[in-house]
Design a protein around this ligand. Structure first.
Ligand code: GFB
Length: 317
């Protein structure tokens, strides 16, 4: 039985998602959260992970640790995106299983679904067609994590769940222009251009692709929902139910940042998947839905960026 004193291990607690999870669970009164910095526990070290889980025996493990990045990072570092994510998840899932951990929440992303899946994308569309080439490496790692949790649920009746959020954004995001996702990248680009009075901002691709965006605190709320409710299946999408073109997103962020210049498009950069709107009706029917509207979420994120731009780790900006 899960209660406010249940020991919950949040792997990846310092990242954008991990930070939001710890904030949400602490706010809701979960007083027994444990976490380890990457310097004190290397999640790619199978023995170290097994020993840590054996010693701590948490009741729940939430895997928010991963090597993540935007479209260019995924394209340029296929080996690291495939290998590191498999190592981290396989070590955590196997250590959880071998140590009899009750509940495991695995996090992936909407890129696990086929490039041209019917929209909105249902969980059952997984593995029904080929993947988007730019992020197939990350996607295959995450698909194997989904299947690991599904196999343990099927074979050993383990309460191991995979949540597939759509594109995430929010506090503690990565604003480095080479490795970040589109939303923080556009905040950074329009902010820098306004500050430096530049006439034009160059964005990637055609701007035609559409993306769905979920504020990170809403994902943390979905994870809390999974902790406090028994979900009967192994895979659930977590989204907002509508998407926006990159062009429209750029105009929205330009307005919020207050940049008055022009926008140009670098067609040498990839568009990636044309559209990846999730069908979140399974979670909605259970009683969960998001609460942060996109414009408000971007304003909250921009305010955070302005308040943290100076003390932010150099390699992130
Ligand atoms: O968010 P993003 O990097 O990744 O790019 P994906 C989304 C779209 O924004 C692409 C366009 O069409 C980009 O061409 N874009 C325009 C930009 N300007 C920029 C820019 O300055 N920076 C970036 N990053 N994009 C990711 C996967 O795919 O989705 C990850 O690669 C993960 O593995 C994540 O699954 C959720 O949305 O295309």
């Amino acid at each position: 039985m899960i209660h406010k004193k249940s020991k919950i291990y949040v792997a990846g607690h310092k990242g954008m998602v991990g930070t939001a999870i710890c904030k949400k669970l602490s706010f809701e009164g979960y007083s027994n959260l444990i976490y380890k910095s990457s310097s004190s526990l290397d999640l790619t070290n199978q023995t170290a992970v097994y020993q840590f889980i054996k010693k701590e025996k948490p009741q729940i493990i939430i895997n928010a640790a991963a090597k993540v990045g935007g479209i260019l990072a995924n394209m340029n570092f296929p080996y690291e995106f495939l290998m590191k994510n498999m190592q981290i998840q396989n070590n955590l899932i196997n250590a959880a299983f071998l140590n009899g951990i009750d509940k495991f929440i695995f996090l992936g992303s909407s890129c696990i679904y086929p490039k041209f899946a019917s929209q909105p994308i249902k969980e059952e569309y997984l593995l029904t067609d080929s993947l988007e080439s730019t992020n197939q490496w990350y996607a295959i790692a995450k698909i194997s994590g989904v299947k690991l949790c599904e196999s343990l649920r099927k074979q050993y009746k383990k309460d191991y769940i995979s949540l597939m959020p759509t594109n995430l954004y929010g506090y503690n995001d990565n604003f480095d222009l080479e490795s970040s996702h589109v939303l923080p990248a556009l905040i950074r680009k329009f902010h820098d251009a306004k500050l430096n009075e530049r006439e034009n901002v160059e964005l990637w691709g055609s701007g035609k692709p559409k993306r769905e965006f979920l504020f990170v605190d809403d994902l943390a709320d979905a994870i809390l929902f999974c902790i406090e409710n028994k979900l009967d299946e192994s895979l659930y999408n977590v989204g907002v139910g509508k998407d926006i073109s990159i062009i429209e997103l750029a105009k929205l962020i330009q307005k919020i940042v207050g940049y008055k210049g022009t926008i140009s498009w670098d067609l040498s950069k990839p568009d990636g998947t044309p559209k990846k709107l999730l069908d979140t009706s399974k979670m909605n029917k259970l009683g969960w839905s998001h609460s942060t509207k996109l414009e408000n979420g971007i304003k909250l994120t921009y305010d955070w960026f302005l308040n943290n731009i100076n003390n932010y780790k150099k390699n992130k900006l």
